[in-house]
Design a protein around this ligand. Structure first.
Ligand SMILES: Cc1cc2nc3c(=O)[nH]c(=O)nc-3n(C[C@H](O)[C@H](O)[C@H](O)COP(=O)(O)OP(=O)(O)OC[C@H]3O[C@@H](n4cnc5c(N)ncnc54)[C@H](O)[C@@H]3O)c2cc1C
Length: 390
């Protein structure tokens, strides 16, 4: 074995161990409670704390900064395992890992790493990503929140919408307008790290959602929030670019969530179709059901293959902006297809809360909406096809 082969096999070995650890935790500590958390709209704070202590809140942060330093493929495979057990827990983790952590690691100063990133990586602080507003979702550059300079401080005002982890996060990474640039809509936006206990920060009551009911989503109101300039992340005015780069990784996290949800729906359907009998045979023996299972399994395999391929390309340092959108688009639509078919395989039971596919169906829908809707992904992909002409 060459040195390169040995290094690769040790990475593979570490990946297998990490994914197995995520699967064990998901199956024993999360899956048995997912239905109840969903029914009660209960955010599993203790479980998230325990995941944090195991390193799940520092998955992409380098080991020097107290994280696990995982490669992108290992990360998405672990998110798949968590999402198969509970999509709410997976989004709690993936928002923290893919967005605030990655942006802070890429653009923060060593002082900001000490102060915020290291405790985040150790699972001591949970973070949220506050970009959307009631009037600006897909069109991020149209946001209204502002920060105005006052000596060495900045004063923030505005209201952020649909913030995952909004009222349970310790830190909020907030995008606001810091200047108006007549030549560019996307210049003049900046990120600030806002500790949740800063005076003037007020999350509203959690939204009552169709799915992901064990994950917290709130508005966050900022009223004269005064922060020292050392809370500005990266360059003043470059926040839009950082948000788009962060969302590229975020989309792989959502694609992984979609693959996990779809895999769970497929597994439940395969088992149920072998157990449920009608006309004195298991329903899997009807070609109509067998073909459904075949189509579901094929979509799951294709979504996973695309996601893993893009994760590997990102790890090689390739530009994956278009392909990350392809992975998110395909995986989220696959999850919607597979969970819809799963409800059909279960028949009337599929429509009942007593069976898991109903929750998976509700949870799948949001993967087509957040971190860029399917329409926005299609815009990115179609523009990407002509990028070489510029
Ligand atoms: C559960 C949940 C959690 C969320 N978590 C977060 C979070 O943590 N942080 C955060 O910042 N945001 C979060 N969001 C917000 C989410 O990212 C936005 O909802 C999403 O980007 C869409 O924005 P919008 O809802 O304003 O829809 P809109 O932008 O108003 O879109 C409405 C419809 O118009 C379509 N559309 C818009 N523009 C175009 C176009 N140019 N061409 C074609 N079609 C178009 C859209 O695809 C969609 O179908 C969350 C949302 C949900 C539901």
């Amino acid at each position: 074995m060459t040195t390169v082969d040995a290094a690769e096999s040790s990475v593979e070995q570490q990946r297998r161990e990490m994914v197995a650890m995520a699967r064990d935790f998901a199956r024993t500590e999360i899956a048995p409670h997912a239905a109840e958390w969903d029914r009660k709209k209960e955010y599993p704070a203790d479980t998230v704390k325990r995941l944090g202590a195991l390193g799940f809140l520092g998955m992409l942060i380098s080991e020097e900064l107290d994280g696990l330093g995982l490669d992108t493929l290992t990360y998405v495979m672990m998110i798949e395992e968590i999402a198969a057990a509970d999509a709410s827990v997976s989004i709690t983790l993936s928002v923290h890992n893919s967005l605030p952590s990655s942006i802070l690691q890429a653009w923060g100063t060593p002082q900001q790493w000490e102060r915020w990133l290291k405790p985040m990586a150790r699972g001591e602080l949970l973070a949220a990503f506050c970009v959307s507003e009631a009037g600006s979702g897909s069109d991020v550059a149209s946001l209204d929140s502002r920060a105005v300079r006052n000596g060495t401080d900045w004063v923030l005002n505005g209201t952020k919408a649909w913030v995952t982890n909004g009222d349970v996060a310790d830190l909020l990474l907030v995008l606001v307008r810091t200047s108006d640039d007549a030549t560019s809509r996307t210049r003049g936006l900046s990120f600030f790290m806002v500790p949740a206990d800063t005076p003037g920060v007020e999350p509203t009551k959690p939204e009552d959602k169709m799915g992901l009911r064990a994950s917290r989503t709130t508005q966050v109101v900022l009223t004269d929030v005064c922060l020292h300039a050392d809370h500005l992340i990266g360059e003043d005015g470059a926040g839009f670019q950082y948000a788009m780069e962060g969302l590229e990784g975020g989309r792989l996290g959502v694609a992984a969530q979609a693959v996990g949800i779809a895999q769970a729906a497929l597994d439940h359907s395969i088992r149920y179709a072998a157990e449920r009998e009608q006309f004195e045979v298991p329903i899997k023996d009807f070609q109509g059901i067998g073909f459904k299972l075949a189509d579901m399994a094929t979509r799951v395999a294709a979504a996973r293959a695309l996601l893993h391929d893009v994760a590997r390309a990102k790890e090689r340092g390739e530009d994956v902006s278009m392909r990350a959108s392809m992975a998110k688009l395909f995986a989220s639509e696959a999850a919607m297809f597979v969970t819809t078919e799963a409800v059909q395989v279960f028949g009337g039971y599929g429509y009942m809360r007593d069976y898991p596919v109903e929750r998976l169906f509700r949870d799948a829908k949001v993967t087509e909406i957040y971190e860029g809707t399917s329409e926005v992904q299609r815009i990115i992909i179609s523009r990407g096809l002509y990028a070489h002409d510029k």
